[in-house]
Design a protein around this ligand. Structure first.
Ligand code: PSV
Ligand code: MN
Length: 430
C-alpha cells in the first residue's frame, strides 16, 4: 500500500514552516559560532548520521501483564520495511533495518533484499534469537533453550544454537548485512545451578565455532546484560565479560553497548571509552532506562548521559563519529511504535548535535590545566545549546521533514495502515 507520506508531501509541509525555521537557524548558527564551533561542520556530521531501525520494534511491545496493540501493525517483513521507509522519509536518518531471526526469517532473502533496496534502505546487523524456543530453531521441540543455548550442558542444544547463528549469517549474507549480533539469555536463577566457569568456557567455545564460520568481511558482536531473564547470573553479564568473549574470538569480534544493560549508576560513557580505546566497541543499542532494561525512548530519561556518550565517541573519533553500528533497541507499550522511533531518532540527533557543539580544543586545554570548573562549564554550554534548528536543517537537507512527528500525524499514516492492515494486526517481536 502506498504511503501517505511522500517526499512531495513533506516538501509542502516544510514550506509552511520555512520562514520560522530560517530565523531559528540563523540564530542557532550565531550561537554555535560564538562557542567556537563551525555550524556547517555540525550540519554535515548530522546529515551523515543514521540509526538502524529494529524490525522487532514496529509493533507494540508488552510485558507479562499484557500487550495493548493499537492496530495497523505490520503483518510481514515487507510491511515492516514499508514502515521503516516511512520513518526514514521523515527523519532522513534511519537508512538501515536490523532483523531478528526467527522473528523475521525471510523465505526469499534475495527478493527481500531487492524490496529493501527499492525502498532506498539497506540491512544493518543480523540478530540471532536463541532465547526462545521456536519450532524452526529448536527442531520442533526436540531441544529447548530453557537452560541456556551456547552455554548449555547438552552438546545437542549447543549444536542447535550454533547452527541457528550460522543460519542467521547465511541469511544475512544474502541480504547484504555484514555483522552478526549475539545477545544471550544464558544464565542462572539460583546460586549453584551451574558452574560460572563451565558456562563461560562452553559459551566461548561455541562462539569460536560461529566466528570460524563467519565470512571474511563479517564481524561478530557480543552484547552484555547483567540480568533478565536470568535473575541470579548471566553468562555475558558485563562489559568485561563481553570484552573477554570478543578477545577470545579474534580481531573481527567486538562489543555492543545497549544503554539499558548496566547495573544502576554505571558510568556508561566510561565503559564506551574503555571499549573504544582497545578498538572493541562494535556499536550501540540505543534506548533509555529509569530502573533496569526498560527499553524506553532514546534520550527520554537521561539526555545528559546520552550527550556524554556522543561526546566520548567524538573524542575517540578525533571529532568525527567512529564508523560502528548505531542501532535502536526499544520496546514501547504506550505510544504508536513509529512515533516512538521518530522520537528516538530526533532525540539522538539532538544529543549528537549538542556533542558536536562542544568546543573540544577548549575542553582539552581546560583538562590539561586541571580546570574542572571550566571543563564542566564547556560541557554545559554545549549541552544547553538549542540545537533543534540544526537538526531540523540537517533533516531538510536530506529531503526529510523539519518536524517529523507533526508530519506523521498530519498525514494520517496510522489511520491509513489500520484501514489497510486491519484493527487487530500484530507484528512479531517482544
Ligand atoms: C535483550 O534485552 C535485548 O537488548 C537484545 O538486544 C535482544 O536482541 C533485544 O533486546 C530483543 O528485544
Ligand atoms: Mn539490545
Amino acid at each position: 500500500m502506498a504511503s501517505p507520506i511522500t517526499t512531495e508531501r513533506i516538501g509542502q509541509d516544510d514550506v509552511r514552516r520555512l520562514p520560522d525555521h530560517d530565523r531559528d537557524l540563523d540564530h542557532a548558527r550565531e550561537v554555535v559560532l560564538r562557542q567556537g564551533v563551525d555550524p556547517e561542520a555540525v550540519l554535515v556530521a548530522l546529515g551523515r548520521f543514521s540509526l538502524a531501525a529494529p524490525s522487532w520494534a514496529l509493533g507494540t511491545g508488552g510485558t507479562r501483564f499484557g500487550r495493548f496493540a493499537g492496530g495497523g501493525e505490520p503483518r510481514c517483513i515487507e510491511e515492516k520495511v514499508d514502515d521503516v521507509a516511512t520513518l526514514n522519509a521523515l527523519t532522513g536518518a534511519n537508512r538501515t533495518i536490523s532483523l531478528h531471526v526467527p522473528w523475521d526469517d525471510p523465505d526469499d532473502p534475495a527478493a527481500l533484499r531487492a524490496y529493501v533496496t527499492g525502498c532506498g534502505l539497506g540491512f544493518d546487523c543480523m540478530n540471532s534469537n536463541t532465547f526462545q524456543d521456536n519450532p524452526s530453531t529448536t527442531r520442533e521441540g526436540e531441544i529447548s533453550y530453557k537452560f541456556g543455548s551456547l552455554c548449555h550442558t547438552d552438546p545437542a542444544v549447543r549444536r542447535a544454537a550454533i547452527e541457528h547463528n550460522r543460519h542467521v549469517v547465511e541469511v544475512g549474507e544474502k541480504l547484504g548485512s555484514k555483522a552478526l549480533l549475539v545477545w544471550l539469555a544464558d544464565g542462572t536463577n539460583h546460586p549453584g545451578q551451574a558452574s560460572f566457569r563451565r558456562q563461560f568456557e562452553r559459551t566461548l567455545e561455541s562462539l569460536r565455532e560461529i566466528y570460524a564460520a563467519l565470512p571474511e568481511d563479517w564481524r561478530i558482536f557480543t552484547e552484555h546484560k547483567p540480568y533478565e531473564p536470568a535473575f541470579y547470573s548471566t553468562v555475558n553479564a558485563d562489559w568485561g565479560t563481553s570484552l573477554l568473549l570478543a578477545l577470545g574470538m579474534g580481531e573481527r569480534a567486538a562489543c555492543i553497548v545497549d544503554l539499558g544493560h548496566h547495573l544502576p549508576n554505571t558510568n556508561i560513557e566510561q565503559v564506551v571509552s574503555r571499549l573504544a580505546a582497545v578498538k572493541r566497541l562494535g556499536g550501540f543499542h540505543f534506548n533509555d532506562a529509569k530502573y533496569g532494561d526498560d527499553d524506553l525512548t532514546v534520550g527520554s530519561i537521561h539526555p545528559y548521559q546520552l550527550f556524554l556518550v556522543f561526546s566520548t565517541l567524538l573524542e575517540h573519533g578525533d571529532g568525527s563519529l567512529p564508523q560502528i553500528a548505531y542501532m535502536i533497541d526499544q520496546s514501547n507499550n504506550c505510544k504508536d511504535p513509529l512515533e516512538d522511533l521518530i522520537q528516538a531518532t530526533t532525540n539522538a540527533q539532538v544529543a549528537l548535535a549538542q556533542a558536536l557543539c562542544l568546543n573540544r580544543p577548549a575542553l582539552e586545554e581546560a583538562q590539561s590545566r586541571n580546570d574542572a570548573a571550566l571543563a564542566e562549564e564547556l560541557l554545559h554550554q554545549a549541552f544547553r545549546t538549542d540545537v533543534r534548528p540544526l537538526t531540523a536543517e540537517a533533516r531538510r537537507r536530506n529531503g526529510a521533514a523539519l518536524d517529523p512527528l507533526a508530519m506523521f500525524r498530519a498525514a494520517g499514516y496510522r489511520r491509513a495502515m489500520i484501514k489497510a492492515r486491519g484493527e487487530s494486526s500484530t507484528a512479531t517481536g517482544l
